[in-house]
Design a protein around this ligand. Structure first.
Ligand SMILES: Cc1ncc(COP(=O)(O)O)c(C=O)c1O
Length: 312
């Protein structure tokens, strides 16, 4: 299967070619959509979705941030995600739920209270997101969305103009990804990833406030602490990356991607993943490759109904 065949559209499956929206759709003009990026892995126990409940919770949080009336329950959205993977016969894939202010024909910025909210889900195959084992990063001239400009921990489509402009700066260069700083010059995050550095055996990551509340970030913090690695959530500067022992990005798409250099300065002089990054990568990989079942996964192949704790 090469691409999504069926899109879940407001509760029904329709062929992708019919999943269209009018040109007067509010979200198309004003970026008033929210979305998720979720991965399903092919595990020894069949297809399983990583951190499904956390993604659905963040999706609903993002809808509330834009004052959307959530059109389906948490249980319905969760089941719809699973059904979309099954309907498209994927073993492993990336899943994209998207909720948006739909079409009322006008051009008013402020939606009416009864403005329709459309919800779609589709999936597609996804291998490695960043095109290298270890990436070269450049500091963007754009700063991350300011927390006083938007609800910056919500996954709002309009925020991705900021990410896209930063990513454009890498186009045609040897850089694989852009790094965005906050208004005070602290490291915020990558265009579509959170960032960790390693210093003296401990992990340091940007605290919540100016960044997306990454689900992989949270998982990595837990994996590290469960395995005796100290994690500090505190601000740091670009020069701290260059002087770090190791650095890596985290994200659903990027998974754990080692960072080799920032603005052409090599990190700790070694080209590839350092020992702590390797450990984190292995712990992450273990979740979906091990024959032990993981609490972080929702296994979907042999069950048509959800675990009771996801039906709430
Ligand atoms: C701006 C931004 N930061 C961080 C992340 C990582 O978040 P997560 O681990 O939930 O995928 C993403 C990925 O969606 C992102 O777009």
């Amino acid at each position: 299967m090469s691409d999504t065949q069926y899109v879940w559209y407001n509760g029904k499956f329709i062929p992708k070619s019919e999943a269209n929206t009018p040109v007067t759709t509010h979200a198309l003009h004003y970026g008033t959509a929210v979305f998720e990026g979720i991965r399903a892995y092919n595990t020894p126990h069949g297809t399983a979705v990583l951190e499904l409940e956390a993604h659905v919770d963040r999706f609903i949080y993002s809808m509330h941030a834009l004052n959307m009336k959530v059109p389906f329950s948490k249980a319905e959205i969760t089941q719809a995600i699973i059904d979309t993977i099954k309907k498209n016969k994927f073993d492993a894939c990336y899943i994209r739920p998207l909720a948006f202010y739909g079409d009322v024909g006008g051009v008013r910025v402020l939606p009416n209270d009864d403005h329709p909210i459309d919800l779609i889900i589709f999936c597609l195959p996804m291998g490695r997101y960043l095109d290298a084992d270890s990436v070269d990063v450049m500091t963007s001239q754009y700063i991350r969305i300011h927390p006083k400009s938007s609800v910056c921990d919500a996954k709002i489509s309009g925020h991705y103009v900021n990410s896209m402009l930063a990513s454009m700066e890498c186009k045609g260069t040897h850089y694989h990804e852009a790094l965005l700083l906050d208004a005070d010059g602290n490291v915020a995050e990558g265009a579509a990833q959170n960032i960790f550095i390693v210093k003296d055996g401990a992990l340091i990551t940007t605290p919540l406030g100016t960044i997306l509340n990454g689900i992989t970030r949270k998982l990595v913090i837990k994996l590290a602490r469960d395995n005796g690695i100290t994690v500090h959530e505190r601000y740091f500067k670009p020069e701290d990356i260059i002087h770090a022992d190791e650095a890596f990005f985290t994200g659903t798409a990027a998974e754990i991607t080692p960072i080799r250099s920032l603005d052409d300065q090599h990190i700790a002089g070694h080209g590839e993943a350092g020992p702590i990054t390797k450990t984190i990568k292995e712990l992450f990989h273990h979740i979906y490759s091990s024959s032990e079942r993981s609490d972080s996964l929702t296994y979907i192949n042999n069950t048509h109904t959800l675990e009771p704790n996801l039906l709430g």
